[in-house]
Every structure is written in structure tokens, then in C-alpha cells.
Design a protein around this ligand. Structure first.
Ligand code: SF4
Length: 101
């Protein structure tokens, strides 16, 4: 296996674990749409490889470590967004009610 593919797979495992751990300790849940989750996870993996941190794939990285640490997933904005919109900006995390019948 080439190094790049292996690195992506390793990062994906870590990011999915971080997400699962977070969901199990938070009031939120993962978006029930697996395609959306996969898309966001891919974005987080790319950013982790590029920048060394899993920056939000839906926001601009400023290049200022102090500002950018606010957008390391789960970002500082997600709770307010979920409260307001029922989902975070990337739609990775949703409120417990969203998608339920
Ligand atoms: S918007 Fe959602 S996916 Fe993006 S960093 Fe915040 S919590 Fe993570």
C-alpha cells in the first residue's frame, strides 16, 4: 500500500474515533445520512494531513494558530449552530431530534 493511502486510512480511523467518542459524551448525534458524514470525514482527513489539525472542512483556515484553533472539530461554534439550526455548519453533528420521525 502506498504511504499516502495508508496515512489517509490511519487518519480516518482516528477522526472517526474522535467523532464517535464525542457523540457518546455530548447531547448531539451524528447525522443519520452516512453520505454527509463520509464527506465531512474526508474533508477533516485532508485538513489533518495538510495542516496537522482536523480543521473544519467548511470554514476558512486563516493561518493564525490562535484563531484557527477555534475551528478544530468539534469547533467552538457547533453548539450554537445546532441550537439554532438543528445541525452544525458542516451537518456532521445534529440535534437529537433532527431526522427522527
Ligand atoms: S461545523 Fe461541524 S464538522 Fe465543522 S468543525 Fe464544527 S463541529 Fe466539526
Amino acid at each position: 500500500m502506498d504511504d499516502n493511502k495508508e496515512q489517509k486510512e490511519q487518519e480516518e480511523i482516528k477522526i472517526r474515533k474522535m467523532i464517535d467518542d464525542y457523540v457518546s459524551h455530548s447531547h448531539y448525534r451524528l447525522n443519520p445520512d452516512a453520505k454527509i458524514v463520509d464527506r465531512v470525514v474526508r474533508g477533516l482527513v485532508m485538513r489533518k494531513i495538510k495542516y496537522g489539525y482536523a480543521y473544519c472542512p467548511c470554514r476558512l483556515v486563516m493561518g493564525d494558530i490562535e484563531k484557527d484553533k477555534k475551528i478544530v472539530c468539534p469547533c467552538v461554534y457547533h453548539a450554537e449552530e445546532i441550537e439554532r439550526d438543528g445541525e452544525c455548519h458542516c451537518q456532521l453533528f445534529v440535534s437529537n431530534k433532527k431526522g427522527e420521525p
